[in-house]
Design a binder for this molecule. Sequence first.
Ligand SMILES: [Mg+2]
Length: 260
Amino acid sequence: MTLFSFLNKFTSRCRFQTVLTGILIGDACGSPYEGRMVTGNAIGPYTDDTEQALGIANWLASGDHSLKNLKVQLQGVFSGPQRGYGAGQADFLQDKPTRKDSFGNGAAMRVACIGCYGKDAAQVIKLATLQCQLTHKHPEAVAGAVTIALAVFLAKQGKSLDSLPKLYLQALMPEAGRKYNCSLQAVESVPPAMQAVIDGKNFESTLNKALAYGNDTDTIAAMACAIAAMKYGIPKQRLKKVLAAHKDNQKLYRVICRYR
Ligand SMILES: [Mg+2]
């Protein structure tokens, strides 16, 4: 390994820590309100969003970007269906038969670290699409995952979301004035997450705007906060609150911090 490639790996690992911490915060602040249209300031345990995003980080860091290894890595972080997993994803992780063409937001919620890892937009799109193949081959799910990964990639470079290639993302960018039902469908939850990033002025306001959408609150907030973390960094006070609220949040954060 050359010094350059070592430093490069080191830098991308640090960014994994930032993005994963953003996801943990969004997830834990949204989980008390999952499936509800009311939101507030309660903080809950992390859910499938954080766990599966960590699986993607481990997959990227392992250097083996095969689908076989992806399944191993996603299974490696799976602590059980009670962690807010959808039935299809839980079956997949437990080696039960399940369809591979979900149009849900499961691939978009776990994808963010690919935006840190990719050296250019083409690699980000390639890896974001590849990781959909196991479970989320539906075009809407793929577009959702590519949208989130590219948004993180642009945030890493300090670029605005206006630079998103519209050719790929038209279907999943927020439409002016449209009311999304914020369900677990990618096409109904990625646009509000993107809108929260567009409307947010800093990490806190992005988080609050994402939470205000309700319904699949944890996932919308996790996706928005992944991008906001890369854009603004992590506010220490918020992280402190999230870690103080639950022991299992603290435990997972220690795992995330291995990406130093
Ligand atoms: Mg969840």
